[in-house]
Design a protein around this ligand. Sequence first.
Ligand SMILES: Nc1ncnc2c1ncn2[C@@H]1O[C@H](COP(=O)(O)OP(=O)(O)OP(=O)(O)O)[C@@H](O)[C@H]1O
Ligand SMILES: [Mg+2]
Length: 444
Amino acid sequence: MSQVLAAAPRRLLVVDPCQECELLLPRLQASGWAVQSCGLAEANHANCDVGLIRLHLQHLTRPESLKELISQSGTEWIAVLNAEALMQPDIGNFVGEWFFDYHTLPFDLDRVGIALGRAFGMARLRGNINPSGGDSQGHELLGSSRSICDLRRLLAKLAPTDAPVLIRGESGTGKELVAHTLHQLSRRTEGAFVVVNCGAIPEHLIQSELFGHEKGSFTGAHQRKLGRIELADGGTLFLDEIGDLPLELQANLLRFLQEMQIERVGSHRPFSVNVRVLAATHIDLEEAVRRGRFREDLYYRLNVLQVQTTPLRERVADIGCLAEYFAQRYAVEIGRRPRNFSEDARQAMFEHTWPGNVRELANRVRRGMVLAEGKQIEAVDLGLAKELPSLLQARTLDDYICRAEQQALRDVLARHSGNMTRAAQTLGVSRPTLYRLLHKHQLF
Ligand SMILES: Nc1ncnc2c1ncn2[C@@H]1O[C@H](COP(=O)(O)OP(=O)(O)OP(=O)(O)O)[C@@H](O)[C@H]1O
Ligand SMILES: [Mg+2]
């Protein structure tokens, strides 16, 4: 008994227990489980390491609350039901999809103990499934790599000013998320965040989209329309793909930026607006200026402050946390039980070069979540076929050594989900050496 008391408490939540379950609870307590029981309605607020649910018919006729509990809890669940119920295909499929394991009645303490022990081990392996800092809207910049930490610090500095910010970076690296973060951190957060995708609006409509129009100002203008700039009054205007803005509109935008005044199409009465402008592009704006496709004066006006987003391949330490975040998010959206990633899948994610960056990662995880048939998401579910081992492409001994070093770093980061202290311990190097190596191989 003293051994049991000395062990770390393992918290077990028993939901909707029947009389037979109630009898079992003291015996589970005696074998080291800190047991709490409640009804399904209260279960969302309880903290537990593992869950046990006495599955009743009403759970299965209206399974939404149960699915929500399982998805949100971030732990493993065991269904308790009788063998006949389990034989029914609907119930069997439901249990197979949503539960880590099941226990058929009558209760057998040994069998339950084994199932709970396995579920507990798996729950611990899954670790912190809900990465800190992520909100359910996905509007928070996640990651712990140095470039993301630097980016967060920079955004905190830039947010309070009203100066324009030009956000640059490859597609899918989070430029829009950066713009949204700047808005949220600014004094304008109560105001609107208005997005204009300059490449997506037909050229003949963009003037009235941005500046609005008066009734009757052109054929089809049946009523007054407020432009996006006016809608952003008191808030932030995000001009996405600014490089696609037609030259003629660039002149109008420049005037607005200089004077902070606009005129609706068909009106000659300018009025003032209070808007902060953020702009993003993935093209080389300097080159566009050289080729005469982008006004130099507008370029300087927008480029007062600059933010550069980093490609995902240069911050592999963020892959694990982002993948887990998307797995959790899409499990809820798709309505499947949350799954973690197999060792192979993690390895494949660390080896992939992510040309589509975070958006590609999100899409692959979503696909993996839909396709996964087993308990875990496998590399094949993510569509990440094994590439040729890079060692085959090495030529000189230095090449071999360099590639082996890089492989070791990728392996160990994958194994420890980017935990630098444990990665350094595994490799037998100090943390500063690990950072130096990661920097050398551009993995951080
Ligand atoms: N650090 C991050 N943490 C969480 N989610 C992220 C992060 N970076 C990007 N994302 C997500 O990845 C997706 C793509 O990001 P976003 O649309 O901001 O990229 P973008 O740079 O604007 O791409 P594009 O140039 O193609 O428009 C979004 O769903 C966004 O929420
Ligand atoms: Mg974008």
